[in-house]
Design a protein around this ligand. Structure first.
Ligand SMILES: [Zn+2]
Length: 344
């Protein structure tokens, strides 16, 4: 629930002291914050961002496109996703309001413009941890000393390839990986980045802050609609369900004392703050619809006949849409085509 603070299970005394000053920062960051920073005014009006404190050292910024995660500690700030380009100045202003510490890392969960659009602005507002020179004669400040940008390889490939006109070099990831799991250890906790190779796209990542016990799910989990399965960019229904299963396996619910409402915090790519049981429900919903479509395909139905059979029934009021960029029919068709495509 927006506005709800989850009690922390573990956090060190130092961070606690540090964060005491920050208690109550939970606030609505009003329009115009960006202007206060002396930054050039954007054409679009500054958005109203909502800043929620989910742990003593962890915040969520909503309203800038995709949800943004902000972890704060002695090493500085680790940010997950940068929102849309039009919100970037306001996002930086919101982070500066949370803490004066420098942004050190930006981790991207996808190459979508509502998650990487603010990359350059957010990274340049920060300061790299690497001040000593990057080896092989390359100065660590070759990108102006901006914060590092970490992502799976596909995000860089996309931003520097087909989507290149949209993104200057300063917005590109500076550190990429292609193995299933990448980790860093900052602000006193392990941060794991899990590549989901064929879910929403081929370049999704789930970011798990182990000590804060917060998972940034990215767009494999979107509580505002059916998951967007972007077949053209390597997404698949099988990989989508596998990614949701990975979230279920990573998070722990508030058991056996359910009434405490503790447990791992799961922040979806879009929508409200969730827990493991919310992800279980969402995974089951996607799986049920997948099974219905698979059965209809076995009966030999065409994609139009499958749409007419309404395989998403029971979930349309909550997640469906007849208009916009991702309709119920778009979802049904993506699942149909993904299942029809051998191996997916
Ligand atoms: Zn998104």
């Amino acid at each position: 629930m927006p506005g709800q603070c989850f009690p922390a299970l573990f956090y060190d005394k130092k961070a606690q002291t540090d964060m005491t000053r920050q208690q109550g920062v939970v606030a609505i960051v009003a329009a115009g914050l960006a202007a206060a920073g002396g930054l050039a005014a954007q054409q679009a009006p500054a958005p109203n961002l909502e800043v929620l404190q989910v742990r003593p050292n962890f915040y969520m910024i909503a309203g800038a496109g995709g949800n943004i995660g902000v972890q704060v500690g002695v090493d500085g700030v680790v940010v997950v996703d940068s929102g849309s380009a039009s919100s970037a100045d306001a996002v930086v202003a919101a982070i500066k309001k949370i803490t004066p510490r420098p942004i050190r890392y930006l981790i991207n969960t996808t190459a979508d413009s509502d998650h990487v659009g603010g990359n350059e602005t957010v990274a340049k507002a920060g300061q790299t941890l690497f001040t000593q020179g990057g080896g092989a004669g390359i100065g660590a400040d070759f990108l102006g000393g901006a914060a590092s940008i970490l992502s799976v390889e596909q995000v860089l490939t996309r931003m520097s390839g087909p989507d290149r006109p949209k993104y200057p070099v300063g917005a590109w990831p500076t550190e990429t990986f292609n193995q299933p799991r990448k980790y860093i250890y900052l602000n006193g906790e392990g941060i794991e980045v899990f590549h989901q190779p064929a879910a929403h796209t081929d370049g999704d990542a789930i970011v798990f802050f182990r000590r804060s016990d917060v998972v940034m799910a990215g767009d494999v989990f979107d509580t505002t609609r059916f998951p967007v399965i972007d077949l053209a960019r390597g997404g698949s229904i099988r990989g989508e369900i596998a990614a949701l299963q990975k979230l279920v396996d990573t998070a722990i619910p508030s058991v056996p004392i359910v009434s405490r409402e503790e447990g791992t915090v799961v922040i979806p790519g879009h929508g409200r703050i969730c827990d493991q049981l919310d992800v279980v429900e969402y995974r089951d919903m996607v799986t049920i619809i997948r099974d219905r479509i698979r059965d209809l395909i076995k009966e030999g139905l065409t994609v139009e006949q499958v749409k007419a059979a309404s395989p998403a029934r029971g979930y349309i009021r909550r997640y469906g849409s007849d208009s916009g960029s991702w309709t119920t029919n778009d979802f049904v068709e993506a699942v149909y085509r993904s299942l029809s495509d051998k191996g997916k």
